[in-house]
Write a protein that binds this ligand. Structure first.
Ligand SMILES: Nc1ncnc2c1ncn2[C@@H]1O[C@H](COP(=O)(O)OP(=O)(O)OP(=O)(O)O)[C@@H](O)[C@H]1O
Length: 261
């Protein structure tokens, strides 16, 4: 039996100024699914991911996470949901002057009292788990370096470790390879994919590169003009469908990273 992790219905976002970024998106995510969200620039991919963990406040629609409606605006409810949803960003969002280890430990903040968090009172078990995660992603020699001493690919592996440190049920990855060279992109995609699949974590990953989406995803969602125009398996995503999604912006469907992944 599958467990529904996320259910989005009629999700709509209109930004101040009148841009219709999302127009009535319906999406259900089951445990362990690895879903690539593709679409041209401005289609609404980032808005979709950020609305799901309420970094952006949707204008309309409902979101439920593990069968619980994410409607409350209370800080404690948001904190509880966000602690179970790992986020991976294009520009990593690390604290540059902190160590790699501390950045990974930030993944535990949602589970700690605010006071313990402020004073960075992480448990020994958390520290060991963070070091273990870093070793798993090949950063065992970088644990005590400052985050800004790392390459882009290494920074993203820290970002992935931080997300995994949350023991999330869902990972939202917003263009995780858009700033990386082809070789680092392959390592980063493999790392996200392997960890999610091994631990049964559902993942929604925004990608520009259709080839990469087809290589990794168990399911692909195509967004165009704020609407869902495709939802199916990689095999069902025909060339005709791809051209429909990217119509007029075909040059955007091959990122530099696609070559090596
Ligand atoms: N903060 C904002 N204020 C106003 N409009 C916004 C804001 N953020 C995004 N938009 C607009 O909403 C639409 C969807 O943007 P979004 O960033 O979600 O698309 P995207 O598919 O992620 O694009 P990209 O691949 O370029 O990141 C675009 O028209 C964009 O200009």
């Amino acid at each position: 039996m599958t467990t529904t992790i996320l259910k989005v219905e009629g999700l709509t976002k209109t930004y101040n100024g009148g841009t219709f970024a999302l127009r009535g998106i319906d999406l259900t995510v089951e445990q362990g699914e690895f879903i690539a969200v593709i679409g041209p620039s401005g289609a609404g991919k980032s808005t979709l991911l950020r609305s799901i963990n309420r970094l952006i406040e949707p204008t309309d629609g409902t979101i439920s996470f593990l069968d619980e409606a994410m409607t409350s605006r209370s800080k404690s409810s948001l904190r509880r949901w966000r602690s179970q949803i790992g986020m991976i960003f294009q520009h990593y969002n690390l604290v540059n002057r902190s160590s790699v280890l501390e950045n990974v430990l930030h993944g535990r903040l949602g589970y700690m009292s605010p006071l313990a968090g402020v004073f960075s009172r992480y448990s020994e078990a958390d520290k060991l788990a963070a070091i273990e995660l870093l070793a798993k992603v090949g950063l065992e020699n970088e644990v005590y370096k400052r985050a800004d001493e790392l390459s882009g690919g290494q920074k993203q592996r820290v970002g992935i470790s931080r997300a995994l440190m949350q023991q999330p049920k869902l990972i939202l990855a917003d263009e995780p390879i858009a700033s990386l060279d082809p070789k680092s992109s392959a390592v980063v995609m493999d790392t996200i994919y392997d960890n999610c699949r091994m631990q049964g974590i559902a993942c929604l990953v925004n990608l520009h590169q259709v080839d990469v989406a087809k290589k990794y995803a168990t399911r692909i969602v195509g967004i165009k003009g704020g609407m869902k125009v495709f939802d199916g398996t990689p095999e069902q995503l025909t060339d005709e469908m791809i051209f429909n999604i990217y119509e007029g912006k075909e040059h955007e469907m091959h990122g530099k990273a696609a070559e090596a992944v």
